[in-house]
Structure formats: structure tokens, C-alpha cells
Design a protein around this ligand. Structure first.
Ligand code: FPP
Length: 257
């Protein structure tokens, strides 16, 4: 039986998108897609709107992309919603961004629960305002029994901080005899915030910037990158399919031949 999302998707999607979805599903779909959602501010500026209008539109795009990723059978979708560096923005913008998880999950959570999506988060939760933390905690709690796609929010996330925290924990555990002195890649990965998640197969960044901006530096070692000039609020289902189709034509050799 078709789930709500499949029915929703068929009703809304053009014939072209529906056919492309079928074709994409016939090939290997990336297990983990990670997205650096960039260009919200420029999108707003082009329309003479305040920057936060771009963030709001960007939030709506997350909803659409989550639905499509789930229909496609993606196992993990990570969205970089707030970096450890984003605190440097004007206070009003930070406050607005911190309210978005509440708004997003306030309306979308019931659908995520029904559609078997698990909400997770990477990043330093302790520095988030209480209302942001409770919205994320509630979503994680209500979806914890789900075993379908993981919607992973990178929120107050910074890869260097994550790596340093992991190194410190490794040192402590080694000193306390919990682990030995020989640290392997596999063991180290288990100390990262992504320990329960596969590494991203496909990493997307919008808005024409070609850099990682402190995002998943360890985990992206073998990711395929797809960059687009499209600003995040303009990112559509078609763009996600474009990225996956390019991914499916790539040959991943992991250093081999
Ligand atoms: C970068 O664009 C974007 C961000 C720092 C925030 C991304 C957040 C969202 C898309 C909202 C999603 C939130 C939830 C809870 C689903 P920018 O502001 O740096 O754009 P610019 O480079 O054009 O100025």
C-alpha cells in the first residue's frame, strides 16, 4: 500500500519527476545524503526581503527534500542547519534561526512520526536555547521507535570541535584502560557524533560556494561532492534528482582502480 508521502508525491509531482524517481530508484541510491544549505540570505536580498525570509523559505525546502529523500529510500539525510560559527551573525538572525526547529517540527513532526522517520541531531546541544533544545528533544523522543530514514540535524555543529571532543574522549578512555593505546579509524569513528550513522555518500552544497565550512571533515573523506549555483530556497525536487543522477554516474574507487 502506498504511504501518504508516496500518494502526496504522486499527486504533486510532474510526470517528469515521477519518471525520474522511478529511474533513480532503479539504480543505487546514496545511503546518506548530507546538505550544506547555503544562499538563504542572497535569495532574500534578491527579493528585497529581510535575510530571515530566506531562512524561512529554506525551512520549507527542507520539508520537501525530506519527503522526496524518504520516497527514494535514502537512509540518512543530514541538513546543516546551524554551524558553530553561525553565532557570529546578528543576534536577531541567530534568534530567528533558533526558532526554526520549533516551527519546522511543530507542524512536520506528526508526519515524520507516521512516515517512520527518526529525528536525530549532531552538534553541541548544551549551548542551544531551551526552546530549541526541547523541540529537538521532543522530536527525537517521539520518533525514537521509528526505524526508517534518519533526518539528522547538524545544529550548532562544527567538525573541528567534534574531532577535538572525540580526541579528548579517546585520551581519557585510554588513560582509564577502557581502550588500548592503538587507535584505529574504526575506533575513532565511534567517538564522533555520527557514530551511529554511515558516512555521507553524497554531499551537496548550494549557492555556488565550493568549500566544506567545517562540515563533516572526517566523514566526507570519500563522499562524492555536488555543488550547484542554485540558492537553497530555490532548491527543488528536480535539483535533488539531478545530484543523485550525477552521483549514480560516478565511479567510486576509494583509492583503488
Ligand atoms: C546559510 O545561508 C544558511 C544557514 C546558516 C541556515 C540554514 C537554515 C535553514 C535552511 C533553515 C532550516 C531549518 C530547519 C529547522 C529545518 P546564508 O544565510 O549564509 O546565505 P547567504 O550566504 O546567501 O547569506
Amino acid at each position: 500500500m502506498y504511504s501518504f508521502w508516496k500518494r502526496w508525491f504522486r499527486k504533486d509531482a510532474s510526470l517528469d519527476v515521477t519518471n525520474r524517481v522511478k529511474d533513480v530508484k532503479d539504480c543505487e541510491v546514496p545511503r546518506h545524503i548530507a546538505i550544506i544549505m547555503d544562499g538563504n540570505g542572497r535569495w532574500a536580498k534578491k527579493r528585497a526581503l529581510p535575510r530571515v525570509a530566506g531562512h524561512h523559505e529554506g525551512m520549507k525546502v527542507v520539508r520537501r527534500i525530506t519527503r522526496l529523500a524518504n520516497v527514494l529510500g535514502v537512509k540518512t539525510l543530514t541538513v546543516y542547519a546551524f554551524s558553530t560559527e553561525n553565532w557570529k551573525r546578528p543576534r536577531s538572525e541567530v534568534e530567528y534561526l533558533m526558532k526554526l526547529p520549533q516551527e519546522f517540527l511543530g507542524t512536520f513532526l506528526p508526519e515524520l512520526v507516521t512516515e517512520n522517520v527518526q529525528v536525530k541531531m549532531i552538534g553541541d546541544k548544551t549551548a542551544l536555547p531551551g526552546h530549541t533544545r526541547s523541540a529537538v528533544d521532543k522530536a527525537m523522543e517521539e520518533t525514537k521507535a521509528n526505524d526508517g530514514m534518519v533526518l539528522n540535524f547538524a545544529l550548532n555543529y562544527g567538525s573541528r570541535a567534534e574531532i577535538i571532543e572525540a580526541v579528548n574522549k579517546v585520551v581519557t578512555d585510554s588513560k582509564n584502560g577502557i581502550i588500548g593505546e592503538n587507535v584505529t579509524e574504526e575506533l575513532f569513528s565511534n567517538y564522533l557524533m555520527t557514530s551511529q550513522l554511515p558516512d555521507p555518500d553524497l554531499l551537496i552544497r548550494t549557492s555556488g560556494e565550493i568549500r566544506l565550512s567545517n562540515f563533516m571533515l572526517w566523514q566526507a573523506a570519500y563522499s562524492e561532492f555536488w555543488f550547484t549555483d542554485v540558492l537553497w530556497p530555490d532548491f527543488s525536487e528536480e535539483h535533488l534528482l539531478d545530484a543523485i543522477e550525477v552521483y549514480q554516474r560516478r565511479s567510486r574507487r576509494y583509492g583503488g582502480v
